[in-house]
Design a protein around this ligand. Sequence first.
Ligand code: GLC
Length: 799
Amino acid sequence: MITNTELEYKGNLFPAQIIDHKKEVDKITFYTRNNVALQISFLRDSVLRFRYAVEQDFEPDFSYAISEDATYGYNHLEIKENDDHFAMKTSKLEVKVSKKDLRLAILDLEGNILNEDELGFHWEESYEFGGNIVKMSKFSQESESFYGMGDKPSQLNLRGKRVHNWATDQYAFGKDHNPLYKAVPFYIGMHHSIGYGIFFDNTFKTHFDFCHERRNITSFWADGGEMNYYFIYGPTMPEVVGGYTDLTGKPELPPLWVLGFHQCKWSYYPESKVKEIANKFRDLKIPCDAIYLDIDYMEGFRCFTWNKEYFPDPKRMVSELAEDGFKTVAIIDPGIKIDKNYWVYNEAVENDYFCKRADGPYMKGKVWPGECNFPDFTNPKVREWWAGLYKELIADIGIKGVWNDMNEPAVMEVPGKTFPDDVRHNYDGHHCSHRKAHNVYGMQMARATHEGVKKFTFPKRPFVITRSAYSGTQRFTSSWTGDNVATWEHLWIANVQVQRMCMSGMSFTGTDIGGFAEQPSGELFARWIQLGVFHPFCRVHSSGDHGSQEPWSFDEEVTNITRKFIELRYQLLPYLYTMFYEYTEYGIPMLKSLVYYDQEDTHTHYRNDEFIFGNQILVCPILEPNSKGRRMYLPQGNWYNFWGGEITKGGKECWVEADIDKIPIFIKEGAIIPKYPVQQYVGEKEIDKLTLDIYYKLGKEESQVFEDTGDGFDYKKGRYSLRMFKLTGKEKELIIQQFKEGKYETPYEVFKINLIGLPFKVKSVQVDNVEIPLQDIILNGDTNMTIKKDFTELHIKGL
Ligand code: GLC
């Protein structure tokens, strides 16, 4: 039997010839004979937006991803009409649009093709749902590489892969598995060492094919909505990622304690267990700032309630933990238990805040508490209500951070593990089905949570962590990579996922250290913590049903290794905080994959394991059992081995020793690495000096240190301290100049200077042109001295 659908199926449809165009200051719109419209907006000289409409009908211009602070408004646009195409020029790019079929090419001003349509825009009518499947295909060049795309657990270079974005609860996912928890439809393409980005801002299920189906073609398409993408020109990867985070936003600074170590488990209860864990950290002198309460703190898994048997007086417990430096973080899920005796449920029903099915009843699904309804976080009123619900937890009880989970949204025991497609959403007044709202549900939940936590934590800074996310979620929250497994393969995945998230605008990410499911061996746990302390977010978490996963759960050697690496993280806090500052200020990824660090060096294009922590520390995890070391690639330049101090010339692969108590760590020559003393938690000690580890270089290098009170918002009013150090090394001389900005006075008065790799013996030291008698400098050995913090020039001369 031939069905109507088959009869009506028209296949791919294409734009016809251009018959008209309209120019505005920073936009041009083309119209075709078959009513397709293409609008090109020139946001900046290097950032363009392409929107296509069939039937000439653009959707209302609304996006959850694009930040209010995004820069736009380019007004030097030049347009030229040629026989067969229109050409538009900015000061960096040229766009050619073919009159015949609307296909386009984007070139740099030297005439190099950066990106060129193959079929270009085309579409297919979706008889199942109405609307169109919107498609785009582009030629890719022979040597082209592809990066980005959020949490995909695949090799960093996605060439040859096909990936999908549909936020999904993927317990115990594996390598190359997708979709996962997050939807970040942004990639970076690079050929001939020229980088560009494409951000397809479409919240429907999206698909990307990077030369998987056809060797020389890249395509992306969505199951609905508009073909609406941004093109971000580099040519450097920092410029591409910077352009993307300019569009989708950057976070504010977190409180400094959040950069400490976090311990979590499903679940620590009752109160005595939480205290026991906290005390053990202090007894064993393993630094820790945060302890987590998973779902068992609640009464029958009802959000915003407490199980009074396990936690009779949460306020007292939280404040006692706080006296010992612990901040308590609590989980909140989206599912609200259907229970007429539960105030949150009743408030939501009274105000009509739950999502509904297409034919009217509330969306009902099973999660931890049993049958639940789910707030529609795409409704601004619901978000406001939800933010207000945090008052008791934060303002009264003193919880310091909130963990949003299951917000893909996850539903148990149903096909697809989420809401059915027909569920309705407000979408900030642009009413739609779940097909469009699914990928932003988690983001809007985290956004509402962030508003609430911020309001009730004020004047301190909020902390939120989410499992699901869409592009732009970094404005509101940190994230973790979901339910991983205690296997060596997952350690590899953890490494690529966090690097990839950093390149995708969401640096503030970590993994469940040690693995969520199953039990790691002591060796695996040690290797994971050695990587985890170099992730922007550093938390041990496990499902708890496979045994314990605290630092002391293995043997003494593992406990000692764990302590040593967590201590290193605490020493590096000023360095880490500076990395965060650069991320908030410029959108710079906190971890830099080697290709991002040096795209000119083609060796980096397929590397996965090595990354740069901040700007000057090269890290490479050990990813295999029984290793005494590994081969790794050192980027161009000279690198000091962190452990031994010896220097190695980069630009090649080499074998690096790393027995169980070490991983390969290298410091870029010329770097000045700031350090604090080890503390058991942030703020335990008054910092009375800042240690500067200075790595000699023959040549120049710059480093900086950002500091402030570590909490509150005064830094926005200029109360911060940004020190820039310029190092110049000569054969028998080392000069360090300091430039300072900001109104914050650090509590310490002096720097402790450690000189590493100095090729000469010190003859004299001058601070701001005044010779310091060598006996006046606190000399420890040959090269260890203390000098006042406000020096402008330190001049060391050699014998
Ligand atoms: C989900 C989360 C996990 C959490 C558990 C119980 O599996 O991903 O982190 O511990 O739910 O709340």
